[in-house]
Unconditional design. Structure first.
Length: 553
């Protein structure tokens, strides 16, 4: 917890956690203001989780979400009113604290001179020179004075961003590359299913961002806020300007916890968990170990979601533990899927159905989770079928939830997005359909491939090759065939390795006599448990394109 004092009345901080509330109370804060929308990060608690703990301690709480870098007049007035009327001292927080201190600066421009705003913000450790320029410019951000200028700028330091940066530097070591991302830590998200079944320790899935930034790449530790593609400009938080020749956009996906009524209030308690969040995956394993009888419910939301097999993986691995422990016969396992089929590529369904039958799991298709009452342990599903739409309630002792997912907010409202909010790229070249010097990869693209780390591993060298092609540094283009991989962990020691591309075409990376993806395999489990993590950390993130060399067009 890194609280920075701005004035005697207001302090700001990066994301706080529920466990921080006691210390915040001891420091004398009477009010907390949250300026961060839910779902921006995979390690981010919902505002409701913070609010519940704050109110238990007698601290007032106010939720004022602001899209990163999108501080508007409509945001400023309520923030100023809260500062003036709520009991102080007040702690405001967002991802890094920048949005909160920007709101303060823009609401205080009539109380303080520009010089005072700069001085107070600098003492708190924030650079608001861009905000001051915006204030002097009548509320608009001038773009003629850039804080940063780089040949290639990458948005996002997740799997896709680090991989494409490394692929670029491996091909062109002298290329000037910068990555924009505010996150202090980098996660190996494919490992969280293994955390949720007790195979991996959570610490195996996390490293500092600084340790994975490729050598020679500049890290701009900030959040991207807006795009001005006609001016080759990105606006980052604090109203600062970044200029580029080429831009690569890979910000990941947003987890919409709030779209399920009541979920935020009960996540991580009352038997409600999700392997889609770093801090909750260990709770999944705790629940699995503790459940000896009762009802276990697993949900899957509408597509698209990242790693569409993960909802099933949680179920299979839980069932495997209960089966080995001799208690599965006393547990009613229910899988509620918003879709109409168990898995989107039919060739893998027979092998999966064998485990559905082995674990005596009940399948419920066209059922979408819309509400959770954690105290009563009741989940509500919307059912759509030939008879119309209806609601059903089901009790649970354990509920594993996968949230609906969507593009990040700053992508949805950008000129890079298609009509559904996803980055609009050519599915073969991953080049933007309108802006030729912009590329995108990873979960936020509108390409019709599975949103997996394996897809990003294949996409990164494609983007690197095609970006260098338009820079006249490479003579040929590369094409992407939609490859994605989903190692479906069906029991401890066995995996159904699904590998496929656009249109569900099977794209096996190994001969069937080594790994037959349509059957559960011990060798595929070894791949998942022992081989893929080092391939990720030491291969994909280091520009070593093992099994990922691009096809040339």
């Amino acid at each position: 917890m890194n609280i920075k004092t701005v004035t005697p009345l207001l302090s700001v901080a990066p994301q706080i956690m529920p466990k921080d509330l006691i210390a915040i109370k001891e420091k004398g804060f009477k009010t907390i203001i949250c300026n961060r929308p839910d779902g921006e990060g995979v390690d981010q608690p919902t505002y409701k989780e913070i609010q519940l703990e704050a109110e238990k301690l007698g601290i007032e709480f106010c939720y004022m979400p602001v899209i990163s870098g999108k501080v508007t007049d409509n945001d400023i007035a309520p923030f100023a009113d809260a500062i003036d009327t709520m009991p102080g001292p007040i702690l405001a927080y967002c991802r890094t604290g920048t949005r909160s201190i920007t709101l303060w600066a823009m609401s205080s421009s009539k109380k303080h001179s520009y010089e005072e705003l700069l001085l107070l913000s600098q003492k708190a450790g924030y650079d608001l020179s861009g905000v001051v320029r915006r204030l002097k410019n009548g509320g608009n951000t001038p773009t003629d004075n850039a804080e940063y200028t780089h040949s290639v700028v990458i948005i996002g330091a997740g799997a896709a961003g680090i991989a494409v940066a490394s692929s670029l530097k491996s091909r062109s070591p002298d290329l000037d590359v910068a990555i924009i991302d505010p996150a202090e830590v980098h996660y190996y998200q494919p490992g969280w299913t293994m955390v949720g079944c007790g195979v991996f320790d959570p610490n195996q899935t996390v490293r500092t961002t600084s340790s994975v930034i490729p050598k020679g790449v500049t890290w701009i530790k900030a959040a991207a806020a807006a795009f001005l593609p006609k001016e080759n400009t990105v606006i980052i938080d604090g109203c600062r300007i970044v200029k580029y020749d080429q831009l690569v956009v890979c910000p990941g996906i947003k987890l919409d916890w709030h779209k399920i009524d009541g979920l935020s209030e009960t996540l991580g308690r009352n038997g409600v968990t999700s392997n889609y969040r770093f801090d909750l995956a260990p709770y999944t394993w705790e629940l699995v170990q503790g459940l000896k009888k009762g009802k276990a419910v697993f949900s899957q939301p509408p597509m698209p979601i990242k790693c569409a097999g993960a909802p099933q993986k949680a179920m299979y691995m839980s069932c495997d533990h209960w089966n080995r422990s001799g208690v599965l016969k006393d547990i009613d396992v229910q899988f509620f899927n918003s879709g109409e089929v168990l898995f989107g590529v039919k060739e893998y369904v027979p092998a999966l159905m064998e485990y559905i039958e082995k674990y005596q799991t009940t399948l419920n298709f066209s059922h979408q989770l819309i509400a959770v009452d954690g105290l009563k342990k009741i989940a509500t599903f919307q059912v759509v079928n030939e008879h119309g739409t209806s609601l059903i309630e089901t009790e649970f002792d354990m509920l594993h939830v996968v949230p609906p997912q969507s593009p990040p907010d700053f992508i949805k409202v950008s000129p890079l997005a298609d009509c559904n909010g996803w980055i609009d790229v050519d599915q073969s070249t991953l080049q933007h359909k309108v802006y030729e010097n912009i590329f995108a990869l990873g979960d936020a693209c509108n390409t019709p491939n599975a949103k997996t780390a394996a897809a990003a591993r294949m996409q990164a060298p494609i983007v690197a090759s095609n970006l260098l092609y338009i820079r006249n540094s490479q003579s040929e283009r590369a094409i992407y065939n939609g490859y994605g991989s989903c190692p479906l962990t069906v029991e401890r020691g066995k995996v159904v390795l699904a590998e496929f591309g656009y249109g569900g075409k099977i794209l096996n990376s190994m001969p069937s006599w080594i790994i037959n993806g349509k059957r559960p395999s011990r060798l595929a489990w070894l791949l998942k448990e022992r081989i893929l993590p080092p391939i990720y950390w030491e291969g994909m993130l280091k520009g070593r394109e093992w099994l990922a060399k691009p096809k040339i067009k």
